[in-house]
Design a protein around this ligand. Structure first.
Ligand SMILES: Nc1ccn([C@@H]2O[C@H](COP(=O)(O)OP(=O)(O)OP(=O)(O)O)[C@@H](O)[C@H]2O)c(=O)n1
Ligand SMILES: C[C@](O)(CO)[C@H](O)COP(=O)(O)O
Length: 226
Protein backbone atom coordinates (compact mmCIF):
# COMPACT_ATOMS: atom_id res chain seq x y z
CA UNK A 1 0.00 0.00 0.00
CA UNK A 2 1.27 3.49 -0.90
CA UNK A 3 2.59 5.54 2.02
CA UNK A 4 1.98 9.28 2.37
CA UNK A 5 3.96 11.99 4.11
CA UNK A 6 3.39 15.69 4.70
CA UNK A 7 6.47 17.83 5.32
CA UNK A 8 5.31 21.10 6.88
CA UNK A 9 8.14 23.62 6.73
CA UNK A 10 8.10 26.01 9.67
CA UNK A 11 11.81 26.77 10.06
CA UNK A 12 11.77 30.38 8.84
CA UNK A 13 12.24 33.56 10.85
CA UNK A 14 9.55 35.70 9.16
CA UNK A 15 11.63 38.81 8.41
CA UNK A 16 8.99 40.36 6.13
CA UNK A 17 6.33 39.97 8.84
CA UNK A 18 8.42 42.06 11.26
CA UNK A 19 7.01 40.51 14.44
CA UNK A 20 9.17 39.34 17.32
CA UNK A 21 7.46 35.94 17.32
CA UNK A 22 7.97 34.13 14.01
CA UNK A 23 4.71 34.20 12.00
CA UNK A 24 4.13 30.42 12.14
CA UNK A 25 3.52 30.78 15.92
CA UNK A 26 1.28 33.88 15.79
CA UNK A 27 -2.33 33.40 16.83
CA UNK A 28 -4.97 33.02 14.15
CA UNK A 29 -8.40 32.84 15.81
CA UNK A 30 -6.70 31.99 19.11
CA UNK A 31 -4.65 29.09 17.74
CA UNK A 32 -1.04 29.29 16.44
CA UNK A 33 -0.88 29.37 12.62
CA UNK A 34 1.19 26.17 12.51
CA UNK A 35 -1.47 24.23 14.46
CA UNK A 36 -4.12 25.17 11.86
CA UNK A 37 -1.83 23.86 9.11
CA UNK A 38 -1.05 20.58 10.89
CA UNK A 39 -4.78 20.06 11.59
CA UNK A 40 -5.64 20.49 7.89
CA UNK A 41 -3.39 17.54 6.96
CA UNK A 42 -4.42 15.48 9.98
CA UNK A 43 -8.10 15.89 9.04
CA UNK A 44 -7.56 14.91 5.39
CA UNK A 45 -8.74 11.48 4.22
CA UNK A 46 -5.17 10.73 3.08
CA UNK A 47 -3.91 10.74 6.68
CA UNK A 48 -0.22 11.34 5.87
CA UNK A 49 2.56 10.95 8.42
CA UNK A 50 3.30 14.53 9.45
CA UNK A 51 6.85 15.89 9.72
CA UNK A 52 7.20 19.44 11.04
CA UNK A 53 10.44 21.30 10.38
CA UNK A 54 11.36 23.83 13.05
CA UNK A 55 14.53 25.79 13.78
CA UNK A 56 16.50 23.87 16.44
CA UNK A 57 16.21 26.82 18.88
CA UNK A 58 12.40 26.65 18.69
CA UNK A 59 11.87 22.95 19.48
CA UNK A 60 11.34 23.55 23.20
CA UNK A 61 9.17 26.60 22.56
CA UNK A 62 6.97 24.48 20.24
CA UNK A 63 6.67 21.72 22.87
CA UNK A 64 5.54 24.32 25.40
CA UNK A 65 2.99 25.70 22.91
CA UNK A 66 1.63 22.17 22.30
CA UNK A 67 1.14 21.75 26.07
CA UNK A 68 -0.43 25.16 26.46
CA UNK A 69 -2.93 24.55 23.63
CA UNK A 70 -3.48 20.89 24.47
CA UNK A 71 -2.41 20.08 20.91
CA UNK A 72 -2.21 16.31 20.49
CA UNK A 73 -2.02 15.73 16.72
CA UNK A 74 0.86 13.24 16.23
CA UNK A 75 3.86 14.68 14.35
CA UNK A 76 7.62 14.27 14.17
CA UNK A 77 9.85 17.30 14.66
CA UNK A 78 12.84 17.84 12.34
CA UNK A 79 15.61 20.45 12.65
CA UNK A 80 15.39 23.32 10.16
CA UNK A 81 18.16 24.62 7.90
CA UNK A 82 19.42 28.02 6.78
CA UNK A 83 17.09 28.30 3.72
CA UNK A 84 13.72 26.67 2.98
CA UNK A 85 15.68 24.33 0.65
CA UNK A 86 17.79 23.04 3.56
CA UNK A 87 14.75 22.62 5.81
CA UNK A 88 13.04 20.44 3.16
CA UNK A 89 16.31 18.55 2.61
CA UNK A 90 16.57 17.69 6.33
CA UNK A 91 13.02 16.31 6.32
CA UNK A 92 13.31 14.16 3.22
CA UNK A 93 16.61 12.73 4.50
CA UNK A 94 14.60 11.07 7.29
CA UNK A 95 12.11 9.31 4.96
CA UNK A 96 13.20 5.79 4.12
CA UNK A 97 10.13 4.14 2.57
CA UNK A 98 8.60 4.36 -0.91
CA UNK A 99 6.05 7.14 -0.56
CA UNK A 100 4.46 10.29 -1.95
CA UNK A 101 5.52 13.38 -0.06
CA UNK A 102 3.61 16.66 0.08
CA UNK A 103 5.70 19.67 1.00
CA UNK A 104 3.65 22.52 2.42
CA UNK A 105 4.41 25.93 3.92
CA UNK A 106 3.41 26.16 7.59
CA UNK A 107 2.27 29.68 6.80
CA UNK A 108 -0.49 28.54 4.40
CA UNK A 109 -2.95 27.53 7.15
CA UNK A 110 -6.14 27.91 5.09
CA UNK A 111 -5.49 24.96 2.76
CA UNK A 112 -8.64 22.87 2.46
CA UNK A 113 -8.88 19.15 3.20
CA UNK A 114 -10.36 18.69 -0.32
CA UNK A 115 -7.33 20.29 -2.01
CA UNK A 116 -4.96 18.16 0.08
CA UNK A 117 -6.72 14.89 -0.84
CA UNK A 118 -7.14 15.83 -4.50
CA UNK A 119 -3.46 16.80 -4.79
CA UNK A 120 -2.24 13.43 -3.43
CA UNK A 121 -4.69 11.60 -5.72
CA UNK A 122 -3.52 13.48 -8.83
CA UNK A 123 0.16 13.06 -7.90
CA UNK A 124 -0.32 9.28 -7.84
CA UNK A 125 -2.05 9.43 -11.24
CA UNK A 126 0.39 11.74 -13.05
CA UNK A 127 3.64 11.48 -11.06
CA UNK A 128 3.84 14.89 -9.40
CA UNK A 129 1.60 17.86 -8.70
CA UNK A 130 1.96 21.46 -7.64
CA UNK A 131 -1.03 23.71 -6.98
CA UNK A 132 -1.27 27.19 -8.50
CA UNK A 133 -3.73 29.93 -9.44
CA UNK A 134 -3.74 32.36 -12.35
CA UNK A 135 -3.12 36.07 -11.83
CA UNK A 136 -6.14 38.35 -11.74
CA UNK A 137 -3.85 41.38 -12.21
CA UNK A 138 -2.05 42.25 -15.42
CA UNK A 139 1.56 41.12 -15.39
CA UNK A 140 4.78 42.78 -16.63
CA UNK A 141 8.30 41.45 -16.96
CA UNK A 142 11.13 43.72 -15.85
CA UNK A 143 14.25 43.36 -17.98
CA UNK A 144 17.23 45.56 -18.85
CA UNK A 145 15.69 48.75 -17.43
CA UNK A 146 12.35 48.28 -19.22
CA UNK A 147 9.09 46.54 -18.44
CA UNK A 148 7.09 44.50 -20.92
CA UNK A 149 3.48 43.33 -20.76
CA UNK A 150 3.19 39.55 -20.89
CA UNK A 151 0.16 37.33 -21.48
CA UNK A 152 -1.31 36.78 -18.04
CA UNK A 153 -3.02 33.55 -19.07
CA UNK A 154 0.49 32.11 -19.46
CA UNK A 155 1.39 32.98 -15.86
CA UNK A 156 0.74 30.91 -12.72
CA UNK A 157 1.13 31.95 -9.09
CA UNK A 158 2.48 28.89 -7.39
CA UNK A 159 1.30 27.71 -3.98
CA UNK A 160 1.90 24.62 -1.87
CA UNK A 161 1.38 21.68 -1.42
CA UNK A 162 3.85 20.34 -3.96
CA UNK A 163 3.78 16.55 -4.12
CA UNK A 164 6.43 14.18 -5.48
CA UNK A 165 7.60 10.61 -5.14
CA UNK A 166 10.31 10.32 -2.48
CA UNK A 167 12.84 8.89 -4.98
CA UNK A 168 12.75 11.98 -7.21
CA UNK A 169 12.80 14.30 -4.19
CA UNK A 170 15.89 12.59 -2.77
CA UNK A 171 17.67 12.88 -6.14
CA UNK A 172 16.62 16.53 -6.56
CA UNK A 173 17.65 17.58 -3.07
CA UNK A 174 21.16 16.16 -3.60
CA UNK A 175 21.82 19.12 -5.93
CA UNK A 176 23.74 22.06 -4.48
CA UNK A 177 21.51 24.97 -3.39
CA UNK A 178 20.80 27.68 -6.02
CA UNK A 179 19.16 31.03 -5.29
CA UNK A 180 16.58 30.22 -7.99
CA UNK A 181 15.29 27.27 -5.90
CA UNK A 182 12.33 29.18 -4.39
CA UNK A 183 10.07 26.12 -4.18
CA UNK A 184 10.26 22.35 -4.53
CA UNK A 185 9.14 22.33 -8.16
CA UNK A 186 12.14 24.46 -9.18
CA UNK A 187 14.48 21.96 -7.47
CA UNK A 188 12.85 18.91 -9.13
CA UNK A 189 12.65 20.68 -12.49
CA UNK A 190 16.42 21.28 -12.44
CA UNK A 191 16.75 17.48 -12.86
CA UNK A 192 14.80 17.73 -16.13
CA UNK A 193 11.46 16.53 -14.71
CA UNK A 194 8.16 17.89 -16.11
CA UNK A 195 6.05 19.62 -13.45
CA UNK A 196 2.24 19.22 -13.44
CA UNK A 197 0.03 22.06 -12.25
CA UNK A 198 -3.47 21.65 -10.83
CA UNK A 199 -5.84 24.37 -9.66
CA UNK A 200 -5.00 25.77 -6.24
CA UNK A 201 -7.31 27.86 -4.05
CA UNK A 202 -7.41 31.66 -3.77
CA UNK A 203 -7.90 31.21 -0.01
CA UNK A 204 -4.62 29.29 0.23
CA UNK A 205 -2.66 32.47 0.92
CA UNK A 206 0.87 32.56 2.30
CA UNK A 207 1.14 34.68 5.42
CA UNK A 208 4.10 36.85 4.47
CA UNK A 209 3.22 40.46 5.44
CA UNK A 210 1.09 41.75 8.39
CA UNK A 211 -1.94 42.30 6.11
CA UNK A 212 -1.94 38.57 5.26
CA UNK A 213 -2.64 37.60 8.87
CA UNK A 214 -5.65 39.95 8.92
CA UNK A 215 -6.87 38.50 5.63
CA UNK A 216 -6.41 34.95 6.90
CA UNK A 217 -8.47 35.74 10.00
CA UNK A 218 -11.29 37.18 7.86
CA UNK A 219 -11.26 34.21 5.49
CA UNK A 220 -11.24 31.73 8.37
CA UNK A 221 -14.21 33.42 10.04
CA UNK A 222 -16.09 33.52 6.73
CA UNK A 223 -15.51 29.76 6.21
CA UNK A 224 -16.69 29.00 9.74
CA UNK A 225 -19.96 30.91 9.31
CA UNK A 226 -20.84 29.31 5.91
N1 LIG B 1 15.09 28.28 6.56
C1 LIG B 1 13.78 28.20 6.34
C2 LIG B 1 13.06 29.27 5.72
C3 LIG B 1 11.69 29.15 5.52
N2 LIG B 1 11.05 28.02 5.94
C4 LIG B 1 9.59 27.91 5.83
O1 LIG B 1 9.19 28.03 4.47
C5 LIG B 1 7.89 28.62 4.40
C6 LIG B 1 7.84 29.75 3.36
O2 LIG B 1 8.86 30.68 3.64
P1 LIG B 1 8.66 32.23 3.95
O3 LIG B 1 7.26 32.64 3.79
O4 LIG B 1 9.71 32.96 3.18
O5 LIG B 1 8.99 32.30 5.51
P2 LIG B 1 10.18 33.04 6.23
O6 LIG B 1 11.49 32.63 5.65
O7 LIG B 1 9.94 32.79 7.67
O8 LIG B 1 9.84 34.58 5.91
P3 LIG B 1 10.81 35.74 5.41
O9 LIG B 1 11.32 35.31 4.06
O10 LIG B 1 9.95 36.95 5.37
O11 LIG B 1 11.92 35.84 6.42
C7 LIG B 1 7.54 29.12 5.81
O12 LIG B 1 6.56 28.26 6.36
C8 LIG B 1 8.86 29.06 6.53
O13 LIG B 1 8.73 28.79 7.94
C9 LIG B 1 11.77 26.98 6.55
O14 LIG B 1 11.18 25.95 6.92
N3 LIG B 1 13.12 27.09 6.73
C1 LIG C 1 7.04 27.72 -1.87
C2 LIG C 1 6.28 28.99 -2.16
O1 LIG C 1 5.31 29.25 -1.17
C3 LIG C 1 5.55 28.85 -3.48
O2 LIG C 1 4.88 30.03 -3.78
C4 LIG C 1 7.20 30.20 -2.23
O3 LIG C 1 8.10 30.10 -3.30
C5 LIG C 1 7.95 30.44 -0.93
O4 LIG C 1 8.70 31.64 -1.07
P1 LIG C 1 9.31 32.36 0.20
O5 LIG C 1 10.11 33.51 -0.32
O6 LIG C 1 10.13 31.32 0.91
O7 LIG C 1 8.15 32.85 1.00
Amino acid sequence: MMKYYAVIVAGGSGNRMQTETPKQFLLLNNLPVLMHTIKAFAHSDTQPKILVVLHQDQHNYWKRLCNEFNFNVPHQIIAGGSERFHSVQNAIDTIDEDSFVAIHDAVRPLISKQLIDNSYKKAIEIGNVIVAVQSSDSVRLSKEGQTLAIKRNEVYLVQTPQIFNIAILKAAYKQPFEASFTDDASVVEALGEKINIIDGERNNIKITYPIDLELAEMLLNKNETV
